[in-house]
Write a protein that binds this ligand. Sequence first.
Ligand SMILES: NC(=O)c1ccc[n+]([C@@H]2O[C@H](COP(=O)([O-])OP(=O)(O)OC[C@H]3O[C@@H](n4cnc5c(N)ncnc54)[C@H](OP(=O)(O)O)[C@@H]3O)[C@@H](O)[C@H]2O)c1
Length: 325
Amino acid sequence: MVAAVRVHKTGGPEVLTYEDISVPAPGPGQIKVKNHASGVNFIDTYFRSGMYPSPVGLPFVSGNEGAGEVIAVGPGVSDIKVGDRVGYVSALGAYAAERVLPADRAVKLSEKISYEQAAGMMLKGMTVEYLLRRTYKVQKGDNVLIHAAAGGIGLIACQWAKYLGANVIGTVGSKDKAELAKKNGAHHTILYRDEDFVAKVKEITSGKLCDVVYDGIGKTTFPASLDCLRPLGYFVSFGSASGQIEAFNINILQTKGSLFATRPTLNNYVAKRDDLVATAADLFKVVGSGAVKIPINQKYPLKDAAKAHKEMEGRDTTGSTILMP
Ligand SMILES: NC(=O)c1ccc[n+]([C@@H]2O[C@H](COP(=O)([O-])OP(=O)(O)OC[C@H]3O[C@@H](n4cnc5c(N)ncnc54)[C@H](OP(=O)(O)O)[C@@H]3O)[C@@H](O)[C@H]2O)c1
């Protein structure tokens, strides 16, 4: 039996239950990992609350990101062996001392990457990779708006966008967060709870507006995010921290300047093994070179997963959050 955090019925952070579970031996194509750290992500709250249905029903072990040591491999696994250090993104099961997952969802970690660093970046860092390099390819000189710039995704995105040569504008919920976002690459910050962020974007860009808006907030920043875009700009709606955007008339994209809009998710961008490996390699390269750092600003014992969720939903966290088994 090993320690894990399970959800037996969906709801608030209090439904996260710390208990012992038994973990089976890995089946064909699977590996068993002893987790050294697990990442906490906003998506974990969507599964916990029931906004996203659990693909494995109830109860389920929470968590989608982690890193650890391979302690067993199932039949047919040839490229990963016992003793390998791996990081992974895999739907549910990460908030546990040990877990089984498909071998093709794990990538080997070099000695230079710590387990904690990997647990803080596999999901968030690969998301930033595809958002900035593939959904819309950020170019030198682009005006880029990143909402929740001091968050887990936000701090990585600000650093990476700056590294690509963009003019980075970040929205944040407090003055402390503004300072942090600036230390991590944002050239300009906007206190979007107090200030009109559209007017500020107009002012900062001298009316040119943004080439792309990366919006993980959803309900409360829509449709204002569209007004931050230049004609033919890209609205990348990648999350719903404030709730989901309600149905809208697609003609709004025409009236606001022939805009492009997409609602991407990491799963689709790394569905093929080759894409997962290439995305992780791109991430490891910028982290290895020091161009992008992974700020792990909250670290809790596994048993305190509910506290971690409460603080994340209460907007009290910055950067990455990890749980230690
Ligand atoms: N599509 C994908 O592939 C993908 C992958 C990973 C994450 N995501 C999405 O990316 C977003 C950020 O994820 P994360 O894990 O890095 O979380 P996070 O940014 O660390 O935390 C969420 C932040 O959103 C802001 N926020 C604004 N309104 C909020 C509200 N009503 N309730 C709570 N927070 C609110 C808060 O920052 P302020 O106080 O500064 O406003 C808060 O700190 C989430 O929407 C997540 O679902 C998408």
